[in-house]
Design a binder for this molecule. Structure first.
Ligand code: G1P
Length: 274
């Protein structure tokens, strides 16, 4: 299996927790300081050596395509002025990779969104970033750390972190055995279990590396928690064959799908920018 080059971004969700802000703006475009959440994710993928961004969008998400494109009018307007520097970073992003898009017509869960992206991925291993889990690390980014592990183990990998036991019902939760410091072989995983049923407090956060057989498994996966097709259930099938690792990553992660996490991320990046 060759190197990971593609990163899938499920970005079709409604962002109801951020209404009314997300009425006309995709939640992935909400900015932490001056940069949209999705751009942080794309930059993390580029830093990990990936060059093909595959974005699963939905209705009302056209601002995403416009963001990762040149705005001729804007470029013309600020050319030669001191404001040009504000566009330097996004220009670099656009030059470093390609973007392709497909639309998820019905919202049937994260597993379904990932399966919708198959047409953009094909028969190769790929990364998945959920942009509302915003990650930061002083050294290698979280996806970089996972790509290095993939090169060694060539199997699916999920990023995990310890959460308070009473919060297991917000996450996919894994159980496994340590095979290295910070790396477990997964033998069980459950989507959003009640704390009393949770196999551990190791929660999956929005970074995955998936081998392409996941698509065939997803096609067979029945709706699970909340009546949705869950990536956690599909991964459990791979895990039963010993093909899933869980990685306790280095770095910080902010749940920007919640107002509290979003404010925390904003304060963190603001302090860091000073
Ligand atoms: C999704 C996954 C869940 C994972 C979480 C990470 O849930 O289904 O397993 O722990 O992302 O953010 P969501 O947050 O979309 O409800």
């Amino acid at each position: 299996m060759s190197k990971i080059k593609k990163c899938l971004f499920p970005a079709a969700g409604y962002g109801t927790r951020f209404l009314p802000a997300t009425k006309a703006i995709p939640k992935e475009m909400l900015p932490v300081l001056t940069k949209p959440l999705l751009q942080y994710g794309v930059e993390e993928a580029i830093e990990a050596g990936l060059n093909t961004m595959a974005i699963v969008t939905g209705r009302g998400k056209r601002a995403i395509e416009d963001h990762f494109d040149i705005s001729y009018e804007l470029e013309h307007q600020i050319k030669g002025s001191s404001k040009e520097e504000y566009l330097t970073q996004i220009r670099k992003v656009i030059q470093s990779c390609t973007f392709s898009y497909t639309r998820q017509i019905e919202m049937k869960g994260l597993g379904h969104a990932i399966l919708t992206g198959e047409t953009l991925i094909g028969e190769e291993s790929f990364a998945v970033i959920l942009a509302d889990d915003l990650c930061d690390n002083e050294k290698a980014g979280v996806l970089s750390q996972m790509v290095a592990l993939y090169e060694k183990y060539k199997c699916s990998i999920v990023a995990v972190e310890e959460v308070p036991m009473q919060e297991t019902n917000k996450y996919g939760v894994i159980a496994g055995e340590f095979i290295e410091d910070n790396l477990l072989k997964v033998n069980d995983m459950v989507e959003k279990p009640n704390p009393k049923d949770a196999p551990s407090n190791l929660a999956i956060i929005g970074r995955y590396i998936l081998t392409p057989d996941i698509f065939d498994i997803l096609r067979e996966t029945k709706p699970g928690k909340a009546g949705e097709i869950q990536i956690t259930d599909a991964l459990l099938e791979q895990a039963k064959k010993g093909n899933v690792l869980a990685y306790k990553f280095e770095g910080k992660r902010f749940d920007c799908g919640s107002v509290d996490g979003f404010v925390e991320a904003t304060n963190y990046f603001y302090a860091k920018s000073k």
